[in-house]
Design a protein around this ligand. Structure first.
Ligand SMILES: [Zn+2]
Length: 195
């Protein structure tokens, strides 16, 4: 599972980036409001690739296993991408069958100290009021920040000091909060299945 899916809007032909948790859903294009259907990715063939790729970092691999146990049924799917990115599809609303993809990777903070980066793709935006609305909801949690990349992809991220190594139990609540926040923002932009 990859953190996001690229889909072309049938109305304005714009390439939109949406979280892979939106697979199989219908929403509105944030640019032209046309109905956008997100395809379900085809499952990888048994021959193709490693069925259970592991992280090059033993520490990250251990965190992957520990988080899976702690999150239990809150994790719909999980995988390791490029041997260094932990991908979790987290249930944010059981009743509405909503999930959000959050990734965890090792990084360094500004001082060069080990840190963990939590990241969730919200999607492509075109209007500044979407970003402002998203920023307003982000203010509710000071440990998270909202960023826009050069392809207009909005995401939520949090940096956690990892020296000494963070325990999975301490990472879990932040992971859950990040998933919920990204979910709220994504809903405001794409209106999945509410068209
Ligand atoms: Zn469009």
């Amino acid at each position: 599972m990859y953190p996001f899916i690229e889909v072309e809007c049938p109305g304005c032909e714009t390439h939109l980036r949406v979280p892979s948790s939106a697979a199989g859903r219908r929403g509105t294009c944030p640019r032209c409001h046309a109905l956008v259907e997100v395809p379900r990715p085809t499952p990888p063939s048994p021959e193709g690739g490693d069925p259970a790729p592991r992280c090059t970092s033993a520490r990250l691999q251990a965190l992957f296993e520990e988080l899976a146990v702690l999150l239990g049924k809150k994790v719909r799917e999980r995988s390791v991408v490029d041997r260094k990115l932990l991908v979790f599809d987290i249930v944010t609303d059981e009743a509405a069958d909503r999930t959000q993809v959050v990734t965890v990777s090792e990084t360094r903070d500004r001082a060069g100290e080990p840190a963990l980066l939590l990241h969730s793709t919200v999607g492509t935006i075109f209007r500044h009021d979407h970003a402002i609305e998203a920023l307003k909801s982000a203010e509710s949690d000071a440990s998270m920040s909202v960023s826009l990349d050069d392809q207009s992809t909005l995401s939520v991220r949090a940096l956690m000091d990892d020296s000494p190594p963070v325990e999975a139990a301490k990472l879990k609540p932040l992971l859950m909060r990040l998933a919920k926040l990204a979910d709220v923002m994504e809903e405001k932009i794409f209106h999945w299945d509410r068209t």
